[in-house]
Design a protein around this ligand. Structure first.
Ligand SMILES: Nc1ncnc2c1ncn2[C@@H]1O[C@H](COP(=O)(O)OP(=O)(O)OP(=O)(O)O)[C@@H](O)[C@H]1O
Length: 209
């Protein structure tokens, strides 16, 4: 059982913005497209539990068979990656990753091992002490993804995460993100305006009107 959006209707100012019924299996990547203002980011915010007051929502969000509705954002195990990676500029790469580690991983050495392993798997071994400002766009994108994954999410949401990368890098990072999502069995919902992203994901494409 992955992510289920059961008859979700999002209303804004009394008007139906989003009306969707969708299940995403573990390791499946579904692409969500639609014109600007059709409610794609609002739907992701609802899954995260961060939709601002003013929106009305009905329906149920289920993750691994359990309802998310009513849970605080930090208790949902939802990982989200945006187009702006927003690494903390005052922390090193390792510091940025440490921020995401679950508190259950205790002790300096154990935390360090997790961070080093994550960097290694992203092809960034030895980058822990680097200042994020000294990284290339592709390196920053990989650190941002590892930061999301280190928080051990049960679902991955992607909000146009590749739109600021140039074509060659986009291809590379896209493959990296999709491979990680599939390898970890994460149900993944990707919002994009770029049909190439959907084609690269190779799965279902859902359109909001
Ligand atoms: N915090 C907010 N308060 C009130 N209205 C909002 C808020 N955020 C978004 N909206 C409105 O909700 C509607 C849907 O916006 P949303 O960002 O979800 O669309 P989108 O499909 O993601 O658009 P885009 O492709 O341009 O990112 C828009 O009419 C927008 O103006």
């Amino acid at each position: 059982m992955g992510l289920e959006l059961r008859q979700i209707i999002v209303r804004l100012d009394g008007r139906v913005l989003v009306d969707i019924d969708l299940g995403i299996a573990p390791g499946e990547i579904v692409t969500l497209m639609g014109p600007s203002g059709s409610g794609k980011s609002s739907l992701l915010a609802h899954i995260c539990g961060t939709l601002p007051a003013g929106f009305e929502v009905s329906g149920q969000v289920m993750l691994k068979g359990k309802p998310l509705d009513g849970l605080a954002p930090q208790d949902r195990h939802v990982g989200i990656l945006f187009q702006d990676d927003l690494l903390f500029p005052h922390l090193s790469v390792g510091g940025n990753l440490a921020f995401a580690l679950p508190p259950e991983i205790r002790g300096r050495a154990a935390r360090r091992r997790c961070i080093d392993a994550a960097l290694e798997s992203a092809g960034l071994g030895g980058f822990s002490d680097r200042d994020p400002a000294t990284l290339s766009g592709g390196q920053r994108a990989r650190v941002a993804l590892m930061r999301v994954l280190l928080s051990e999410p049960c679902v991955l949401l992607l909000d146009e995460p590749f739109s600021k990368l140039d074509a060659e890098l986009r291809d590379q990072i896209r493959t990296f993100v999709f491979d990680q999502a599939r390898a970890r069995g994460l149900p993944t919902l990707m919002v994009t305006h770029d049909p190439d992203d959907g084609a690269a994901a190779g799965g279902r494409i859902v359109r909001l009107a």
